[in-house]
Design a binder for this molecule. Structure first.
Ligand code: GLU
Length: 543
């Protein structure tokens, strides 16, 4: 008791006060309370989104609560502005929190939602552990800890503070502690690990039954600045914030014995754990973890900057998460992914295989079934942030853009030519004089003189109001007149009889109008560009 007061002279609140401050949530039965706990390192990981999607779906499918807690206990890794980066990335992907950290504070009754601001809360519980004789101050300096590590390495012993290595600090008398503290010696609070043959058994929602030896280490609860380690903060926060499920990466499985033991000490039920598989990728014939250094797609900023739509990323992650998602998608092609009945039972415990090509493919599908207006709005909102030039153009030429986006949309087999917002702008660039350029060469079969002839005659008979059939009849007639084959196969059979085929003629038109051989239907493009622009572009080829 006295030791506890020496270590925590300012703590007057009790555990009961905390229980009252953060009462049990009043939610319908079966409602999940979930969270993500990213660290503000400036790098928001695809894994953060992967776990966020699971947690968000589970909470919102059950009428529960999903919140954001900023795990900033490691101030050395913290980067300025990182909290905003997290909030912003989650907003981009439409991951909506019911409560938690917001850019200028907190939203909700279970805060603060930034761990460093919760120091005094942790101290109440740390003090109680000291009173119970379960925790003690340790005055080992970093150098001393390192020396012990080296010695253990030499002796091939397990690293850490336990057994004989913990003895000295565990057995300090009250007076010794007082003197050290008054001398200004720094201390950390360690948990008294117990060495015996107990096993910890946990039923993980993804992995099933996990069984492992209990913890025997005197792990750190509070660091010398009074800020908790992840382990301690996790237990206190998830209890007080009333999380029912903890969805986190499987790298935390090995720390489970510590967490379970702490929950037991406090007499609390632990939440249900769901440890998610690490994201892997194929590298040649073998699988490996995605790495920060080699795989730009590991950062959420990659998707934002490339303009990969949130819908595509969600759909892709859902296919990784629930094996039945793809079948569901085929059966419900028009339904929002949010209607998919996500289930934690269908998650696999083996590494989730990430595949950028698959994501791109999904992305094409996702955009192909959107309406032209929807694509326009999404494109515009992406440009607003990432491409000022196109933001201006899209705003100015809205009507033209919507016409252009409508080409090949809405039917049974919609065009799948848009993949990301960045690529879409590139693709649509020819619709604006400001960005239009001739990218491909005119066909060899059509020399300058022929080009001149063709475009002049084309313009003479051109009527903007012709329907697609009439228009094509005119093109065919001109093709014949110029000595080209109306049917490509006739040209193939007897090339000596023709100067070329209709393919060369239409390619000339495509290049003149769009700058490229690979472009959407000419008649459609003409009508998106409008009469004036079309004529302007064609006239440039007549001398
Ligand atoms: N801050 C931890 C991490 O970034 C969160 C783990 C958890 O969700 O409990 O890995």
């Amino acid at each position: 008791m006295e030791l506890a007061n020496i270590l925590f002279p300012k703590v007057t609140l009790t555990m009961n006060d905390m229980e009252e401050r953060y009462p049990k949530r009043n939610l319908p039965q079966g409602a999940f309370v979930t969270r993500i706990g990213p660290s503000p390192t400036g790098f928001v990981h695809l894994g953060n989104l992967y776990n966020a999607i699971i947690a968000e779906r589970l909470a919102h499918q059950t009428g529960g609560v999903f919140y954001l807690r900023i795990e900033d206990t490691d101030s050395k890794r913290e980067v300025e502005g990182a909290v905003s980066t997290i909030i912003d990335a989650m907003a981009y992907f439409d991951v909506n929190f019911d409560e938690g950290a917001v850019s200028d504070g907190d939203n909700g009754n279970y805060g603060p939602y930034r761990q460093r601001q919760r120091a005094e809360i942790y101290h109440v519980f740390a003090k109680w552990l000291v009173e119970q004789g379960k925790a003690y101050p340790c005055f080992l300096t970093e150098d001393e800890v390192q020396k012990i590590r080296d010695e253990q390495f030499e002796n091939k012993e397990n690293p850490g503070i336990y057994g004989k290595y913990a003895l000295k600090n565990r057995s300090l008398t009250l007076d010794e502690v007082k003197i050290k503290i008054s001398n200004g010696e720094k201390w950390v609070l360690r948990y008294k690990g117990e060495e015996n043959n107990d096993r910890i058994v946990v039923d993980d929602a993804i992995h099933g039954k996990l069984e492992m030896p209990r913890n025997y280490q005197d792990f750190v609860i509070l660091k010398s600045d009074g800020i908790p380690t992840y382990h301690f903060a996790h237990v206190i926060d998830d209890h007080l914030m009333r999380s029912t499920h903890v969805i986190r990466g499987e790298e935390w499985i090995s720390s489970l014995p510590i967490h379970i033991e702490l929950f037991k000490d406090f007499g609390w039920e632990h939440p249900i754990y769901a440890h998610t598989a690490t994201l892997m990728k194929m590298d040649g014939a073998s699988k490996r973890k995605l790495s920060k250094r080699h795989d730009p797609e590991l950062a959420l900023s990659y998707y934002q900057e490339e303009g990969i739509s949130k819908e595509a990323v969600w759909e892709f992650l859902l296919t990784l998460l629930n094996s039945n998602f793809e079948d569901w998608r085929v059966e419900n092609p028009k339904t929002s992914y949010k209607e998919f009945p996500f289930s934690i039972d269908k998650m696999s415990s083996s590494g989730a295989l990430f595949n950028l090509d698959k994501l791109r493919d999904i992305s094409k599908n996702v955009i192909s079934v959107m309406s032209a207006n929807e694509v326009y709005e999404k494109l515009l909102s992406w440009c607003k942030r990432y491409d000022e030039k196109y933001f201006v153009l899209l705003t100015k030429y809205k009507e033209r853009m919507i016409k252009a986006l409508n080409i090949g949309r809405g039917g049974e087999k919609p065009r799948r030519d848009l993949e990301t917002w960045k690529q879409a702008l590139e693709f649509l660039s020819f619709y604006f004089d400001e960005t239009f350029k001739i990218e491909d060469e005119m066909p060899l079969e059509c020399d300058k003189e022929l080009q001149n002839n063709f475009f002049k005659s084309y313009l003479e008979t051109f009527n903007f109001d012709d329907d697609a059939i009439t228009w094509f009849e005119k093109v065919k007639e001109l093709t014949r007149k110029l000595g080209f084959a109306e049917k490509p196969k006739d040209y193939k059979k007897n090339p000596e009889n023709f100067k070329g085929s209709i393919v060369h003629i239409t390619n000339m038109l495509r290049i003149a109008l769009t700058g490229r051989v690979n472009a959407p239907d000419i008649w459609e493009v003409t009508h998106a560009l409008g009469e004036e622009m079309t004529k302007e572009r064609l006239k440039k080829w007549c001398e």
